[in-house]
Design a binder for this molecule. Structure first.
Ligand code: FES
Length: 135
């Protein structure tokens, strides 16, 4: 363990779109490998605190459409909470369908060679934050 990062594993150990949960001083963090890179989020749903990454695979959601029409969206980028089924984008932390202004707390992931690390001191998007600060 480094000062601000924790080893999450080796790249090839990660099953595509399936979270691996690692313990850090900032709490349990879920790290997931996708087709466009790694993401990491706090293993805590901003609604009521469910362990949102444990046993979770990224999934796809639907977006508003006409009656009897089902449009898929955010393919394999959706974290669906096991308790109340709220959905969040893994890449931004935002809720799908504007269910809440609260977001998943995200962390940077660093890949060095074959090793994967999560920076637990560099959280982005507070879990209970309701207003985003302009950048
Ligand atoms: S605790 Fe996650 S949706 Fe309620």
């Amino acid at each position: 363990m480094d000062n601000d990062r924790v080893r999450a594993g080796v790249v090839d150990e990660f099953v595509l779109n399936r979270f691996r949960v690692v313990d850090t001083p900032a709490g349990a963090i879920g790290v997931v490998r996708t087709t466009d890179g790694f993401y990491a989020v706090l293993n805590r749903c901003p609604h009521m605190g469910a362990p949102v990454c444990v046993g979770t695979d990224l999934t796809t959601s639907t977006v508003a459409s006409r009656p009897f029409e089902y449009r898929l969206a955010h393919e394999d980028r959706v974290v669906r909470c096991p308790w109340h089924r709220w959905e969040f984008r893994v890449d931004t932390g935002e809720s799908i369908g504007n269910t809440t202004k609260a977001r998943l707390l995200r962390f940077p992931v660093i890949v060095e060679g074959a090793e994967v690390f999560v920076q637990y001191r560099a959280a982005r998007g507070a879990a209970a934050r309701v207003k985003e600060t302009p950048q």
